[in-house]
Ligand binder design. Structure first.
Ligand SMILES: [Zn+2]
Length: 200
């Protein structure tokens, strides 16, 4: 037993389930929150609620947005003929943070993962094929993670996109096997995108 009141114990438990937060940090954050005045706590709770309630997936690229379409798809200065396909929204944010990429995205929301019963039907692959089939896309950059599931996902996408005659490239050729794209530093990621290789 920790000696905390049950309600604080519950708060610590909830916070410790957030990504990247260990038990010690969860304790510190919980104790910080309960020491704040009520208005401050209301603002925090409200910010979480509003962010969650207004968020949905962009109908074009499946990025998160609180607008009708996401900021990237809505940006006319970006190159809409180049689509970078990523596994997760956090990969998109990692590439955006690296600051060099000026095309648009397509978020699969996962990767083919036979061990965990994730097949092509569970991912936004049909939607990607439909986008490419419209004919306005010149290049599809596959930015899957360099691991087994990323590789089979990239192979599958290459196969289904090939009939459309679009240029297909893969980044991460310089990335060590097993690294996760959202953990790679911006410089390495920028290089990995610049050094992308066409796959035929
Ligand atoms: Zn979008």
């Amino acid at each position: 037993m920790s000696g905390f009141p049950d309600s604080v114990e519950q708060l610590i438990k909830e916070i410790s389930e957030l990504p990247g937060i260990g038990p010690k940090s969860a304790e510190r954050i919980a104790l910080y929150i309960v020491a704040q005045d009520k208005q401050r706590v209301d603002r925090l709770v409200n910010a979480i609620k509003v962010a969650r309630e207004n968020l949905h997936l962009c109908p074009i690229c499946f990025n998160l947005t609180d607008k009708e379409i996401c900021n990237i798809c809505a940006d006319e200065k970006r190159d809409h003929s180049t689509v970078c396909v990523v596994e997760e929204v956090r990969d998109l944010f990692a590439i955006e943070k690296s600051g060099e990429y000026r095309g648009v995205y397509h978020v699969l929301h996962g990767r083919i993962d036979p061990m965990n019963h994730v097949s092509t039907d569970n991912l936004k692959i049909k939607e990607l094929v439909e986008r490419v089939a419209k004919g306005n896309i010149k290049e599809v950059i596959l930015a899957m993670n360099p691991n087994f599931n990323g590789d089979i996902t990239a192979l599958y996408l290459q196969k289904v996109l090939k009939p459309f005659g679009v240029k297909i490239t893969r980044i991460a050729t310089g990335l060590p096997k097993g690294t996760e794209i959202d953990f790679v530093d911006s410089v390495t990621l920028t290089m990995a995108i610049k050094d992308r290789k066409e796959i035929k």
